[in-house]
Design a protein around this ligand. Structure first.
Ligand SMILES: CC(C)(COP(=O)(O)OP(=O)(O)OC[C@H]1O[C@@H](n2cnc3c(N)ncnc32)[C@H](O)[C@@H]1OP(=O)(O)O)[C@@H](O)C(=O)NCCC(=O)NCCS
Length: 186
């Protein structure tokens, strides 16, 4: 388990299927994700079974986000890990909308970054975010991510194209953020 301030990140289980199936078919959630087509329960069961059986590792780490009370509110992970270049891509979905904008997402991201830099020895964590996803961008900026560039008109949704913003945080930037936060708390 990875302990955050508000959340606990744990391995995914097959028994997570009901909540996960609801979230990946909730348009209010999936409009922010690369999830265009409705997902069957069978697909979700297969995804969770694979995650549970393969386990987590450098190439792919897939985790559930639980509150400290043990309520499953979302999923996150580090994907496409490169051992040579020491970077990976972060993905996150707080599927339970009642938890949005209450600090749970940024706590999950910071917990994942701590694991990425202090345990997996990564040097860089990157992600892509739709330009209209202002909540996610604010969350990532709080966690030290900066914009690297834009994939212009990369995703078609709601009858038009949207840019994807590429963001990343380097290990030294994460460490500086940690030091600044510790100094501010003193
Ligand atoms: C993106 C996501 C992980 C963020 O988690 P969260 O718990 O909602 O976010 P946090 O509360 O930690 O941080 C969000 C910040 O954005 C702010 N915010 C919310 N709506 C905003 C808006 N429309 N514009 C600007 N800032 C906004 C919040 O006030 C908060 O900042 P604060 O802590 O300084 O007040 C979560 O909302 C989510 O999973 N959304 C659906 C799926 C998704 O977008 N995934 C990411 C795909 S790249």
């Amino acid at each position: 388990m990875l302990e955050g301030r508000l959340v606990r990140l744990r391995a995914l289980e097959r028994s997570d299927v009901e909540r996960a199936y609801t979230w990946v078919n909730d348009r209010e959630v999936t409009q922010y994700l690369l999830l265009r087509y409705p997902m069957s329960r069978t697909q979700e069961e297969k995804y969770l079974a694979e995650a549970a059986e393969q386990g987590n590792g450098y190439a792919d780490t897939r985790l559930a986000i639980d509150t400290k009370d043990g309520l499953h509110i979302g999923m996150c992970g580090l994907h496409h890990g490169s051992a040579e270049d020491r970077h990976a891509s972060l993905g996150i979905m707080v599927g339970d909308k009642s938890y949005w904008s209450n600090g749970y997402g940024s706590d999950a991201v910071m917990t994942l970054l701590r694991f990425a830099f202090e345990e997996m020895n990564l040097n860089k964590v990157e992600l892509g975010v739709f330009d209209f996803n202002e909540r996610a961008i604010a969350c990532y900026q709080k966690c030290g991510f900066i914009e690297e560039g834009r994939r212009r008109e990369h995703y078609f949704q709601y009858g038009r194209y949207w840019d994807i913003i590429d963001m990343s945080v380097l290990r030294r930037e994460y460490e500086a953020l940690q030091q600044n936060q510790a100094a501010a708390a003193r």
